[in-house]
Design a protein. Structure first.
Length: 94
């Protein structure tokens, strides 16, 4: 039995990243058909596929698999500081 909610959350993740099915699949090394099958409720992603989506796109596994929490986990203070430092270096801002 396919869990439609998991499939719908995969689509939600892709759309929130403003990616087409082709772009989303390409980032994972898959064909567009894999994503189309998930979103069309023809097949269900397995745990390894869900974990790869999370790793590549920074999505929360708990949200994607179980609908718990938020789609994108909050960034740690260290991650936020690193992003600010990288942006400052890129823009030559002291």
């Amino acid at each position: 039995m396919i869990d439609f909610l998991v499939n719908d959350r995969v689509k939600e993740a892709r759309q929130s990243l403003n990616l087409s099915q082709v772009e989303f699949a390409s980032g994972l090394g898959w064909s567009r058909g894999v994503i189309a099958n998930f979103e069309g409720h023809l097949t269900e992603p397995n745990e390894l596929q869900l974990r790869l989506i999370c790793k590549v796109y920074g999505v929360s596994y708990e949200y994607l698999a179980f609908g718990e929490g938020t789609l994108f986990p909050p960034k740690s203070l260290g991650d936020q500081m690193g992003e600010l430092a990288a942006a400052a270096a890129k823009n030559n801002v002291d």
